[in-house]
Ligand binder design. Structure first.
Ligand SMILES: Cc1cc2nc3c(=O)[nH]c(=O)nc-3n(C[C@H](O)[C@H](O)[C@H](O)COP(=O)(O)O)c2cc1C
Length: 236
């Protein structure tokens, strides 16, 4: 079977891990695969907090409600949707384009797109601009086929969560391919974990925590059940 497909089909949410060390090289490969996931407008609106030291891990495991995968993992990755990173990201891409000697026309084109993106994605103070935008776009949509940009901060987090989740899946598949197991978790105290990491409610939302480690020999996986294909797919 194809290696990628094999890693996808082999991956399970592992609930108990062996105490093994994850080398910096392995850590980098796993995180590097995560950031290669596709993202909306290539904005990569996320940040990964790799928690590997014993003391910090114990604190984070506790904030993951003391769940077994969190308590036994070699590392915990707190994955955060970061809507405050957009300006720095577009500046970073612009600098990369200049260094890579993109044509002036291409650079101007990107600058213009980034500027429009910033305006479109800005909810403004108290969401007033967002509400105004929503009204305008709904009106235009009456006679024009078009997509709706995120208009509120909540919309923006929903938008960022899509790209962040794809990066999470890349992380888990890459780990699996490298012989490391994972468990995604949404069972955590988001308020306390955000405070612990020094996150801002304005820009950051924790999407999930991924426990990373080597499956315990003593752990017996339950059989894997999935809805049948025809219950989840419509072919038109
Ligand atoms: C968004 C999300 C949140 C999850 N949260 C938890 C969790 O808090 N604790 C846990 O043990 N498993 C958690 N899981 C793992 C699921 O229970 C698991 O993926 C599912 O039962 C299917 O099992 P499998 O991944 O082994 O096929 C979560 C999975 C996802 C995708």
């Amino acid at each position: 079977m194809n290696g990628t497909l094999e890693a996808i089909l082999r991956r399970r949410a592992v609930k108990v891990f062996e105490p093994v060390e994850i080398s910096p090289d392995l850590r980098e490969q796993i995180l590097d695969a995560a950031r290669h996931a596709p993202s909306s407008f290539n904005t990569q609106p996320y940040r990964f907090y790799w928690v590997g030291s014993e003391a910090e891990k114990a604190k984070v495991a506790n904030l993951c409600l003391g769940q077994k995968p969190a308590e036994t993992a070699s590392a915990l990755v707190v994955v955060v949707a970061d809507i405050g990173s957009l300006t720095a990201t577009s500046q970073g891409q612009l600098e990369w384009m200049r260094r890579s000697k993109f044509s002036d026309a291409k650079i101007r084109d990107y600058e213009r797109t980034a500027k429009i993106g910033r305006i479109l994605f800005m909810p403004g103070p108290f969401g007033i601009f967002g509400a105004f935008k929503w009204g305008i776009f709904r009106l235009l949509n009456m006679w024009k086929t078009m997509g709706m940009p995120p208009t509120s901060r909540q919309d923006l987090f929903k938008w960022a969560t899509k790209s962040t989740s794809l990066a999470c899946e890349n992380l888990m598949i890459a780990a699996e391919a490298l012989g490391i197991n994972t468990c995604p978790m949404e069972g955590f105290d988001g308020r306390r974990l955000s405070r612990y990491l020094g996150l801002s409610a304005r820009h950051h939302e924790i999407v999930m925590v991924i426990a990373v480690g080597k499956k315990s020999h003593a752990y017996v996986e339950p059989p894997q059940w999935r809805r049948p294909l025809d219950a989840t797919v419509t072919v038109l």
